[in-house]
Ligand binder design. Structure first.
Ligand SMILES: Cc1cc2nc3c(=O)[nH]c(=O)nc-3n(C[C@H](O)[C@H](O)[C@H](O)COP(=O)(O)O)c2cc1C
Length: 335
């Protein structure tokens, strides 16, 4: 086994941005196939890791084909963060990513995720402790700051760099913005163009199209980007961006047959990964985008979202496929 850390300095890597209940191994593998260069696990709570909570340890699992891959950890307790990072490192990912960006109230209010912006010395101390404790590269994913009046990322980035991290990903929002407003990339660009910075800087927030990916690359000079929500039900986004970078043209969108095949594979692999009922629930957030190209999809979408049995869902997939091959109006597909 060889760690693949060169990717952080490679030619504009596209990251599958970590997302809880989305970036599990089945979805990561599919995104990899369509061109994702860096994969990250869902975030894993260090207080649960050190108590050997099974559901958290399960999130360490990945296959060799997923490399380069980071395990992402979060928490607010210094000792637990360092112990948890060491335990994550034992799973031998290519690097450890620290989440200093999660805005969720119950996490941030405890001082974990983006809550750490209220105690920057602690953020630096824990990050440094982890860098020293693990025998792997460490990266950080964070936001611009706590709120509009404390967008401290330019200064914080320098201090994080001094801890010895190998890369920094920045989501262009503050904690208080949660997911509202447009992501603001100007400060991400400022971090990147700060002459004192030498580690790779990865930008994140609202990249949904190849055009936008090219724009942030050229305008802000970032070393790569993380794509989150735009991958949901759309793992093809990575190949679309790469094709656009190379040719200036758009790839043909995937056919409905391909959409059905990939979505079916995704569902079945998720069931294998976490059991039928949980997988069926989690897959619901993907369907609207997997099948967005289908005219008059609404009645089928409602049925898909309500279906609880695997057989029923597979049946609906076949109806979608039939619609495609008939090339006809959905009304003519027996429901
Ligand atoms: C459902 C969901 C779950 C998320 N879980 C995580 C997570 O576990 N770790 C993390 O660093 N960010 C998490 N995020 C944030 C995303 O990685 C990303 O930073 C954010 O969505 C902005 O990027 P986007 O505009 O490309 O989606 C999550 C976002 C969503 C929508």
């Amino acid at each position: 086994m060889q760690f693949k850390t060169d990717v952080l300095r490679s030619n504009f890597p596209l990251w599958l941005s970590p997302m809880e209940d989305v970036t599990n191994p089945p979805f990561r593998r599919i995104c990899k196939r369509f061109g994702a260069d860096v994969l990250v696990t869902e975030f894993v709570p260090t207080d649960a890791i050190i108590r050997n909570v099974k559901t958290s340890l399960l999130k360490f699992q990945f296959s060799e084909s997923e490399r380069p891959l980071a395990i992402q950890i979060y928490g607010h307790l210094e000792d637990a963060m360092i112990e948890g990072a060491k335990m994550a490192a034992e799973a031998k990912p290519d690097f450890i990513d620290i989440n200093w960006g999660c805005p969720v109230k119950k996490i941030a209010n405890r001082g974990a995720g983006s809550g750490i912006f209220r105690n920057i010395p602690k953020m630096i101390r824990i990050t440094e402790g982890i860098v020293k404790a693990v025998n792997l590269p460490v990266t950080v994913k964070t936001r611009l700051g706590w709120d509009e009046n404390s967008k401290v990322i330019v200064d914080v980035a320098e201090r994080l760099q001094d801890t010895g991290i190998m890369g920094l990903s920045i989501h262009g929002r503050t904690r208080c913005q949660l997911y509202t407003d447009e992501a603001d990339w100007t400060l991400i660009g400022e971090v990147k163009n700060n002459p004192r910075m030498h580690i790779p800087i990865f930008g994140n927030g609202d990249v949904k199209t190849p055009e936008r990916a090219l724009e942030v690359k050229n305008k802000y000079g970032v070393d790569g980007i993380l794509i989150g929500r735009a991958t949901i039900g759309n793992p093809w986004i990575f190949s679309e961006i790469k094709h656009f970078f190379k040719t200036g043209e758009h790839l043909l969108p995937p056919s409905i047959d391909e959409r059905v095949n990939v979505c079916r594979e995704h569902l079945l692999a998720c069931i294998e990964w976490k059991g039928e009922s949980k997988a069926i629930g989690e897959m619901r957030k993907h369907y609207s985008t997997y099948f967005r190209a289908i005219p008059h999809f609404k009645p089928l979408r409602i049925e898909l979202l309500q279906a609880k049995e695997l057989d029923h869902i597979l049946d609906l997939f076949e109806k979608i496929r039939m619609f495609n091959s008939a090339g006809a109006d959905l009304q003519s597909v027996p429901m």
